[in-house]
Design a protein around this ligand. Structure first.
Ligand code: UTP
Length: 282
């Protein structure tokens, strides 16, 4: 299976940080966001990855490319651990790129993958969304996809005040954590929302999706919405992920993810904990 990582968005919720750099390159603790996303795909058994890029996203390509000058410097100065780490980033997977020429929405970004996907089911991992779980989230989705042999998307229960930020599904639970989807709506008001189950950045889709994307008009925000295209699919399932999902495009979630991930790192954990304790005293 191949994976598609859309990373062409303008990141307007994170301005000015994203004025001259992609939000997918914002560091979460010590790695750029998109590296976590690629690592999740790889640890889910996927090594053919298409990144949808756009204007001003060049640093994403540079990050996954070899950097001979840096490697030479690290080798000569005996920084072997850093050298191995840097080399591993460019050896992780076969990464391909295609540019979305105009930021017309997530549905439009996915349609740029049609040729590369070439008629097979594929995974989508949003480039600004990272997950933390024991079993990689995309691997969890793949298990449900193979069981039901239909498109399967990640969902999570969100509180009322966050509903307006997501696509929300209407569905019936058919087994533990699995919902058969009957309908979905992009960024509804609390009143319109059919449930609290939000679509959260990971999808396994069959190629039927490309025809639906071509057939839909712009939706919420004047964008070609993936949710609107998914509504037209024959059969779809939602799977409640076991783990945590962070939308890095949201500044508070970005901060939370950095803190939570740093708190798992032995080299900074103690100092950070002490600092947070002190800070919260007042
Ligand atoms: P978002 O809607 O969160 O990204 O899309 P955005 O448009 O950059 O965000 P804001 O609202 O302006 O802050 C989720 C993912 O889809 C990609 C984004 O890069 C992000 O990783 N995307 C979005 C595209 O590739 N193309 C688009 O036209 C829109």
């Amino acid at each position: 299976m191949k994976a598609v990582i859309p990373a062409a968005g303008l990141g307007t919720r994170f301005l000015p940080a994203t004025k001259a750099q992609p939000k997918e390159m914002l560091p979460v603790f010590n790695k750029p966001t998109i590296q976590y996303v690629v690592e999740e795909a790889v640890s889910s058994g996927i090594d053919d990855i298409l990144i949808i890029t756009g204007k001003g996203k060049r640093s994403i390509e540079d990050h996954f490319d070899r950097s001979f000058e840096l490697e030479y410097f690290l080798r000569n100065s005996g920084k072997t651990n850093s050298l191995l780490e840097i080399e591993a980033i460019s050896d992780m997977a076969d990464i391909y790129y295609v540019r979305q020429k105009q930021q017309k929405g997530l549905g439009d970004a996915i349609s740029c993958a049609k040729k590369h996907i070439d008629g097979d089911p594929f995974a989508v991992l949003l480039g600004d969304t990272i997950t933390q779980s024991n079993i990689p989230c995309t691997k969890q989705l793949l298990e449900t996809f193979y069981k039901y042999e239909s498109s399967t998307i990640a969902i999570e229960m969100v509180p009322d005040e966050r509903i307006e930020r997501y696509g929300i599904i209407k569905g019936t639970e058919i087994s533990n954590s699995v919902y058969k989807i009957e309908d979905m709506v992009e960024k509804p008001t609390l009143k319109e929302a059919p449930s609290n189950l939000a679509i959260t950045g990971r999808y396994i889709l069959v190629p039927e999706i490309f025809d639906h994307i071509e057939s839909i008009p712009p939706g919420v925000g004047g964008e070609i919405q993936l949710t609107d295209a998914m509504r037209l699919m024959n059969e779809m399932y939602g799977y409640v992920l076991e783990g945590k999902v962070y939308d890095i495009g949201n500044t508070v979630e970005w901060l939370k993810s950095s803190i939570e991930i740093a708190l798992k790192d032995e080299s900074v954990k103690y100092e950070l904990k002490q600092y947070l304790k002190e800070l919260l005293k007042d």
